[in-house]
Design a protein around this ligand. Structure first.
Ligand SMILES: NC(=O)c1ccc[n+]([C@@H]2O[C@H](COP(=O)([O-])OP(=O)(O)OC[C@H]3O[C@@H](n4cnc5c(N)ncnc54)[C@H](OP(=O)(O)O)[C@@H]3O)[C@@H](O)[C@H]2O)c1
Length: 171
């Protein structure tokens, strides 16, 4: 089965960002993101693209796709689309195995609303993040099977513990 996957980290209240940035630094979760997405297309919104430090974008060894309504938006080294459905279709043609939708909030919400995805990797962080500006869309939990992939406890590099789950759409 070709996987069309969201990958996201969320706080206890589904917080995902503030001031166009993340609100945590969790190296093991960043490594999980890298290992999962390496070699596969990643689709992101224009604001998420801008939130990635220039030295890390486009993400290496991945086809980077940016969605923006601006036809000439300069996303160097990326493929630009003005429509998420078309971007996803293009990505599916490039990789028979898996395509990743990597946010942010608007793009996740659209992907869920348009039913573009069949898999979600969600890092559930054991923390609340007051003042967040961006949240992960609500989704119908009963539509999904959930499998815990691993758990990370707090340590000197991780201010928060978290659990990573794979959600698979029920038929
Ligand atoms: N916690 C996590 O795992 C995670 C992951 C990724 C991002 N984030 C956070 O999420 C935040 C950014 O999310 P966001 O919701 O503000 O923005 P976003 O979803 O990254 O980008 C929104 C932009 O994408 C374009 N867009 C969206 N839908 C479109 C459509 N149907 N057609 C054409 N263009 C479309 C528009 O760009 P134009 O305005 O150019 O038209 C829109 O302004 C940041 O704080 C970031 O750090 C968190």
């Amino acid at each position: 089965m070709q996987k069309i996957s969201i990958i996201v980290a969320i706080g206890a209240n589904r917080e995902i960002g503030k001031d166009n940035d993340l609100m945590w630094h969790l190296p093991v979760d960043m490594r999980f993101f890298k290992e999962k997405t390496l070699g596969h297309p990643v689709i992101m919104g224009r604001k998420n693209y801008e939130s990635i430090p220039e030295k890390y974008r486009p993400f290496k060894d991945r086809l980077n796709i940016v969605v923006s309504s601006q036809p000439n938006y300069p996303a160097t080294g990326c493929v630009l689309f003005q429509d998420l459905t078309q971007a996803t279709q293009y990505a599916k043609e490039q990789d028979a195995q898996e395509v990743f939708i990597i946010g942010g909030g608007q793009i996740y919400a659209e992907a869920i609303r348009l039913k573009l995805i069949n898999t979600m990797y969600i890092t559930h962080i054991d923390g609340e993040f007051p003042g967040a500006h961006t949240f992960f869309a609500d989704f119908e939990i009963s539509d999904w099977n959930r499998l815990e992939l691993f758990r990370q406890e707090k340590d000197e590099k991780h201010q928060f513990s978290f659990s990573v789950y794979e959600y698979t759409k029920k038929n």
